[in-house]
Design a binder for this molecule. Structure first.
Ligand SMILES: [Zn+2]
Ligand SMILES: [Zn+2]
Length: 337
């Protein structure tokens, strides 16, 4: 079978690999669509820490069941997505039903081979059926689940003011699920006017602020001088993450969704006087995937407008640099396998 393999930084190629065989408790999938993610770009460019080459990438998966174990509820040909965060099942986080932050989590396409290939065998516990969704939609569930999980972590009170910093795919996902959770207002903050314009036009987020010297004044104006009850950071920029505390209202919550490799530094008086609740959000739970699937099925998530780029698996190795260059205008690029 054909598989896209990152062999070294800035070097990807299509390789011929043996078709995997489903082991005990595994399901064999014929992969149909794969979403391209920021993580894939980081792996491609060599910016992903704790990563070893070569690696078959791809973790935003939609496939059809080819082979399932005896007694499984899955039907042959059924469309499913995959929760790519494979937990150990025994660590302290797993024992607390928080497998998304398992101490020994193995992420398909990062720590283990992923699904930018014709076939993939995965543990049956990672399979999530997507009834009523197209294969394109099924491949978009995972990245949306990252936003759904961040919003679940925040436990947004109805009617509250929400700010999302970073209007890339994850930021848009956070904003959409904040809207679904009943936020009273949602404001987006980003450096890119093009991204903000798309957020307004395609996704109906009317309140947008361009990052820059006068952003704080504008954010204060929008929030009657009180700033925001919930601030989500989806930038992955240490500078933005440090600065974002200033946008949190007193008694507010700051949720870090994007991650960076630097230390975060807050002035304690600023942190303390707000009695800030500080949360990290990592990966997603099965329940988040289920919420995303329901929200797509009932039409709340405009997946057609999120799918901005389409590419064939055979072309991805050579087109990766050009995709990287267009990142600002990509919400989701989907690979056809
Ligand atoms: Zn991803
Ligand atoms: Zn674990």
């Amino acid at each position: 079978m054909k598989a896209l393999v990152c062999v070294a930084p800035n070097e990807a190629r299509i390789e011929e690999r043996a078709r995997p065989v489903a082991g005990q408790g595994e399901v064999l999938l014929r992969i149909r669509r794969v979403g391209v993610c920021g993580t894939d770009f980081h792996i491609f460019t060599g910016k992903q820490p704790f990563f070893t080459y070569p690696r078959l990438i791809g973790h935003e998966l939609a496939g059809e069941v080819v082979e399932a174990s005896v007694g499984s509820d899955l039907a042959i040909g059924q469309v499913v997505t995959v929760n790519p965060y494979i937990p150990c099942g025994t660590c302290v986080a797993c024992r607390r039903q928080r497998p998304n932050c398992c101490a020994r989590v193995s992420v398909l396409g990062v720590h283990a081979d992923g699904g930018m290939a014709e076939y993939l065998a995965v543990p049956s516990s990672a399979i999530i059926p997507t009834p009523g969704l197209t294969v394109d939609q099924a491949a978009m569930v995972e990245f949306l689940a990252i936003g759904a999980h961040a919003v679940r972590r925040a436990a947004i009170a109805a009617g509250s003011r929400v700010l999302v910093t970073g209007a890339g795919p994850i930021g848009i996902a956070c904003a959409m699920f904040a809207r679904i959770a009943g936020a009273g207002s949602i404001t987006l903050l980003d450096r890119s006017d093009a991204r903000l314009a798309k957020a307004v036009q395609d996704f109906g987020f009317g309140s947008c602020v361009t990052a820059g010297p006068d952003a704080t004044v504008k954010l204060a104006e929008i929030s009657d001088g009180e700033m925001f009850d919930y601030v989500f950071d989806a930038t992955g920029s240490a500078a933005a993450m440090n600065a974002g505390l200033a946008n949190v209202a007193h008694a507010g919550t700051y949720i870090l969704v994007g991650l960076c490799l630097d230390n975060l530094v807050f002035a304690d008086p600023e942190f303390h006087k707000r009695e800030t609740t500080l949360l990290a959000s990592r990966n997603a739970l099965h329940a988040d995937f289920e919420l995303v699937i329901d929200s797509i099925r009932n039409g709340t998530i405009p997946t057609d407008r999120m799918l901005t780029h389409r590419i064939d698996l055979a072309d991805l190795a050579t087109d990766m640099p050009s995709l990287l260059g267009q990142q600002e205008m990509i919400v989701k690029a989907i690979v056809t396998v």
